[in-house]
Design a protein around this ligand. Sequence first.
Ligand SMILES: Nc1ncnc2c1ncn2[C@@H]1O[C@H](COP(=O)(O)OP(=O)(O)OP(=O)(O)O)[C@@H](O)[C@H]1O
Ligand SMILES: [Mg+2]
Length: 510
Amino acid sequence: MVDSPKAVGIDLGTTYSAVAYIDEANRPQTLVNGEGDLITPSAVFFDGQDIIVGKEAIKAIASHAPHVADCSKRDLGQKRYHKTIEGREYPPEAIQGFVLSKLKQDAERLIGDFQKVVITVPAYFDEVKRKATQDSGYMAGLDVLDIINEPTAAAIAYGYHQGILNPEKKASESQRILVYDLGGGTFDVTVMEIRDQEFITLATDGDVLLGGRDWDQRIVNFVAEHFLAEHNIDPRNDPCAEGRLWRDAEDAKRTLSAREKVSIVCDYQGNASRVELTRDQFEEMTGDLMDRTEFTTRQTLQASGLGWGEIDLILTVGGSTRMPMVEAMLTKLSGKKPDRSLSADEAVAHGAAIRAQTILQESRGEPPPLRIKNVNSHSLGIVATDQKTSRHRNAILIPRNTSLPATARRTFKSQREGQKSVLINIIEGESDSPENCTRLGQCEVRDLPDNLAIHTPIEVRFRYLQNGRLTISVNVEGKEKQHEITRENSLSLTQLDGWRDYIHGFDTGA
Ligand SMILES: Nc1ncnc2c1ncn2[C@@H]1O[C@H](COP(=O)(O)OP(=O)(O)OP(=O)(O)O)[C@@H](O)[C@H]1O
Ligand SMILES: [Mg+2]
């Protein structure tokens, strides 16, 4: 018998990642890493000839901070990771590639070789970051079947536990759920409807630069200010001392989820300070962060057209939802206690594994156990010139929260006889001014037919796929062709292959 490909899902987190697969009994199972842990820190330690990923990399921050890359997910979409390591600049997706490579190698020790995976991304990720995530999978030697939104993955895991995915079970009543996902680096809120076996996103919003790290940062600053006042030196000036402080701050934050009070010791250059922090103080110093998530939650509910009375369930996912202030805020806001029955660490990876299984089943011609309907989290636009003011503006083609797949067409007319090319700047964002939007790339239609008559229509078709990725096709004189997007911050296929070979050369497994 030919071994059928395994359905593997990866939750590639800012701070922690997890891998799950579907076992012989058709259940999603988290695969422990080489160290025996369910989750792996998404950190990479460049140790001379060696690359070490995970827990050991986090430990190395205390002594070798400049050699450790962490939170690279926050830099996806940028050309370079914000820190130079051993004099070398890395694209953030390559660092993510090392993390994925470790996850792959460790998982293969348990379930044998595999390539095909589904990777999750924050719902609020723009197209550029989505592509970068797929590219990091490619660099790690994976075949990324699809990327899905983290809140959708969590809702799928919830659906599985409720028995909604069981084809024998009669179609249950539809349920409307609000998923509040606060992880280590990103925040997403999504309103979904689960009807029969369909997961339909109604509205989504978020913040890709808001997560547990920002709560940690407040503790780091609080302790450092104390230390500075007491000893007149700032531990934040030394990357290793700052790294130790981060580690202790995160630890203290976790303690405050269970206890009312914690003390943190900061030891630097022979001086020590012991600082006490109560849960009340912590909640006060991070109140503005909590308010931001509350504001976004309200906005998303409004965008979905629903009121709290129509929401059947609030699902919390992401490690940071363990902070008591999250449950308190959501309960106050909605009048309902959030459901915390899902494992905050594993649900997203489980949902991704179930999605991977669906794709494999579909490819074998079997009926899929579930369907997903997504929306775009950012408006798609092109840079247009205002006729009156000659200023550039964002001409929106596909507004945010449009059901996917979605298509928009724009017809440009050639401006002169024999025109050879047309250049279109593609952006994502809500602002009227292109400078405040994300530059997705350019579509330069170069191969226009010879001797093209003036005013010939050139139709450009923009199409968002279900997973938020964009494709473009161009139609001139009845001939339609797929068109490449030239991207500023993306790697070429040759560069990707170079990194794939490079990463492959390291033993990143435990
Ligand atoms: N008991 C706890 N109390 C408070 N915070 C916690 C607790 N346990 C974990 N966290 C925080 O949860 C975050 C990690 O959550 P999670 O693994 O869901 O995020 P991630 O997947 O790394 O990030 P993202 O999804 O944003 O990319 C960290 O900031 C961690 O400090
Ligand atoms: Mg996460």
